[in-house]
Design a protein around this ligand. Sequence first.
Ligand SMILES: NC(=O)c1ccc[n+]([C@@H]2O[C@H](COP(=O)([O-])OP(=O)(O)OC[C@H]3O[C@@H](n4cnc5c(N)ncnc54)[C@H](OP(=O)(O)O)[C@@H]3O)[C@@H](O)[C@H]2O)c1
Length: 329
Amino acid sequence: MRALLCKDYGGIDALVLEEAAPPALKPGEVRLKVQACGVNFPDTLIVEGKYQFKPEPPFSPGGEVAGIVTELGEGVEEAGGVAVGDPVIAVTIWGGFAEEIAVPAAQLLPYPAAMDPAVAAGFAMTYGTAMHALTQRARLDEGETLLVLGAAGGVGLAAVEIGKRLGARVIAAASTPEKLEVARRAGADDGIDYSARPLKDAVKDLTGGRGADVVFDPVGGDLTEQALRATGWGGRHLIVGFAAGAIPKIPANLTLLKGCSVVGVFWGDFVKREPAANRANFDTLFRWVAEGALKPLVSERFALADAGQALHRLADRKAVGKLVVDLSR
Ligand SMILES: NC(=O)c1ccc[n+]([C@@H]2O[C@H](COP(=O)([O-])OP(=O)(O)OC[C@H]3O[C@@H](n4cnc5c(N)ncnc54)[C@H](OP(=O)(O)O)[C@@H]3O)[C@@H](O)[C@H]2O)c1
């Protein structure tokens, strides 16, 4: 099979496309023919050995796939629930930039037959994270104000759509007018260009001085403290990620003064610890897709040989919505 390999943690430009042996199938695993692989920010870190998981090289990056089941490992048929030919999605953390991948059967999620495989490939990580963050972690209520940072990025844009479906007023915040336009088309009520004016002032202006009820923060860096200062009484500031690079330190007195909470979000562990709740989230998400309430945006598709270009676009802050490596190209 063809695979894009990271051989020495040399970063994006050191990835090489090669013929590789198909992965061995362990008991409890299934083999997938990869249709498409979603591109996510952690992919840019894992190829430099800077992510929380450090697979032994050589390995393929690519953390979430849509694929067709081609072979069942020992014990899978007896356990039931999956058959050869099923279209499924799986979050694999790495291994997806390849024509085949072996995945534990327990991690598979069937995706609706009507869904484009490229859309399915980019759906799990972003929508799964945003749904968990806004429901289980923030308990976002109808009528509340949700501020989304990095609102045209992968998880950000998913948060905009889910926030609207949950009945919130959504304020999108991003670094360019073009990105804000993407968030508006996804349903955001208002937009703030945080490269043009201070975030806190803009949020206060838009909320009559009250501040946001919930902040969805996948960006980190200097924006986190600004967003916390723009959080209202009883608010919830969701710590989702640090795409800006720096892990912020927060003045703890702000939480006291606002009676607000800083709430961590770790979707990957939620999936392992509360699988039934995660499946229920996806039942709801797929229903919302079928109803047309969610319209996942795949803005660019790349051939396997060009997956490095996709990683550069993400690392260079150029991506909107999802970038996907499409194995049919
Ligand atoms: N906690 C969890 O369970 C979980 C799950 C999935 C992802 N994450 C994390 O969420 C973050 C976003 O992931 P994603 O896949 O949505 O990434 P993405 O599509 O690249 O979006 C990240 C956004 O961050 C903003 N940003 C600010 N400074 C940046 C920089 N120096 N480089 C790149 N982007 C920058 C960009 O928006 P502007 O240009 O508008 O500022 C960009 O759209 C990552 O840190 C990821 O690890 C966490």
